[in-house]
Design a protein around this ligand. Sequence first.
Ligand SMILES: [Zn+2]
Length: 266
Amino acid sequence: MPLSYRELVQGLQRLGLPAGKPVIAHASLKSFGEVRGGAETLLGALLGVFPHLMMPTHTYQTMLIPEEGPADNAIQYGSGRDQNAMAVFFTPDLPADPLMGILPEVLRKHPQAKRSTHPILSFAGVGVDETLTTQTLAEPLAPIRVLNEEEGWVLLLGVDHTVNTSIHYAEKLAGRRQFVRWALTPGGVVECPGFPGCSLGFEKAAPLLQAVTRETMIGTARVRALPLTEMTGLLVAALQEDPLAFLCDDPTCERCAATRQALARE
Ligand SMILES: [Zn+2]
């Protein structure tokens, strides 16, 4: 039997999140098995339970690699000539990168949705209009800062912490190295500072975060919810204790290598 709207709503309500708090969600539609009505039904259920809903709608297809730039930036300058030729301009209606899954794109197209304007790291949402306006080129993670201040929640719907964007905010607070990237816009190439590191090691934070994690199964999807303020506090403390925490184990990962090298120099 495919999952119904009602079963999705009941599953989300089982998490028992405090009413009215904003939520940043990351989702794999496929993880739920068959859903009657697909992504629109899942989004409808999410908005029915969480009327202040935000998701990342990042657009990596705008990125360029310049011929030169700042040192120790985890990038091979001059290596992007083929990629640069394929880069597209950021516009507010540029679809979210398919890497984000289908749901952010369905949210972005919702009639009540707004989207922030960062050419790589935009967010979209319903009922979070003011939060979205806080994002700037200098502070790409500002919407997550605001959700922290408002005691919002992270929702992982059939996905793990490797897509939990809010962990990047904790990294920034803990003083972890940030990078510079570049994006194509109708106004020219824009420098984007404050670009976060790699997230492939973030599931290593799951045991630490277990104490504040609420969990349920909805169909075949494992759904986890975490309160942002508590999550961020635990992560910052862990990063201060071990500045190498939550880096990935891929020896070819440029950003994790740059982070390790920066720490070794200190
Ligand atoms: Zn990495």
